[in-house]
Ligand binder design. Structure first.
Ligand SMILES: NC(=O)c1ccc[n+]([C@@H]2O[C@H](COP(=O)([O-])OP(=O)(O)OC[C@H]3O[C@@H](n4cnc5c(N)ncnc54)[C@H](O)[C@@H]3O)[C@@H](O)[C@H]2O)c1
Length: 257
């Protein structure tokens, strides 16, 4: 069988840092990057979850809270010394939408974390062709869940204003990065729809979840691997002239109203 064309074009010896790598979309992204031959530093606040992964010698697990600015700066400085230049960053970690946060806390833990981790990553200098992909959400363009009239008995969690605002702001931060990095790196985002990860719990066994699936043109939830493929494409040299976009990965679900 032919080895095929290396369409993505990651340079040999490249390293990526993925936050929230112990589960869901982050884990699927880490696995796909490893399959492309990259070394992957997987960051997660869940130390036990990271330790339970068995992803081989090219995976370095790093327990870290991306919401802790001092810890992030220190970890990135140490990583540059231990693993060398990190050309690729995926800002995926973030709290679940049902977490009861104030608007200030929510913004700090979504767009704020994205901006701080990216600044710490870029501060030591970056290899040519560096890029970042930030994980937003369709909630940033629509809302974060059903209205109260639909909530009861729906297996959904209450939507929170900080989540919709924070994920919209991730798109804004991404556009700002794309312009202000001026040749230092490219910045793009993905906005997933409802993706089948541990985070959504039993959403789809209730009325609202079933309605979302029924209304979706593809008639199903997304899988974390389907978001990972979009992330890895935008991150890669194959997307070399794409900068500042937010790519919706929702099976067309938010087109239906
Ligand atoms: N699943 C969905 O339907 C969906 C939809 C749109 C957007 N998203 C976004 O995708 C991203 C990943 O979500 P997922 O569904 O894969 O969730 P998940 O719960 O399966 O995985 C998230 C991982 O991030 C880690 N994490 C959380 N906060 C962290 C922090 N402060 N520091 C380090 N690690 C942290 C968790 O421990 C977990 O391992 C999130 O930003 C989420 O908002 C998810």
């Amino acid at each position: 069988m032919s080895a095929g064309i290396d369409f993505l074009g990651f340079p040999a010896g490249a390293t990526a840092l993925v936050t929230g790598a112990a589960s869901g979309i982050g884990l699927a992204t880490a696995k796909l990057l490893l399959a492309q031959g990259l070394t992957v530093v997987g960051v997660d606040i869940n130390e036990a979850g990271l330790a339970a992964l068995d992803l081989g010698p090219a995976f370095v697990g790093l327990p870290l809270d991306t919401g802790d600015p001092e810890a992030v700066e220190q970890a990135l400085a140490e990583l540059r010394a231990s693993v060398g230049p990190i050309g690729y960053l995926v800002n995926n970690a973030g709290p679940p939408s049902a977490t009861p946060l104030t608007i200030e806390e929510g913004l700090a833990r979504t767009a704020g974390s994205v901006q701080r981790v990216t600044a710490a990553w870029a501060s030591g200098g970056l290899p040519a062709g560096a890029s970042v992909v930030n994980v937003a959400s369709v909630a940033g363009a629509v809302s974060g869940g059903p209205p109260p009239s639909v909530l009861a008995g729906s297996n959904s969690r209450p939507s929170n204003g900080w989540y919709a605002a924070g994920k919209a702001a991730v798109g804004g931060v991404t556009r700002h990065q794309a312009v202000s990095a001026a040749g230092g790196y490219r910045a793009n985002a993905v906005a997933p729809g409802v993706i089948d990860t541990p985070r959504i719990g039993d959403l789809t066994s209730g009325a609202y979840g079933l309605l979302m699936i029924e209304r979706s043109p593809l008639g199903r939830l997304g899988q974390p691997e389907e978001v990972a493929r979009a992330i890895v494409f935008l991150l890669s040299p194959a997307a070399s002239f794409i900068n500042g976009v937010t790519l919706v990965v929702d099976g067309g679900g938010t087109l239906v109203y």
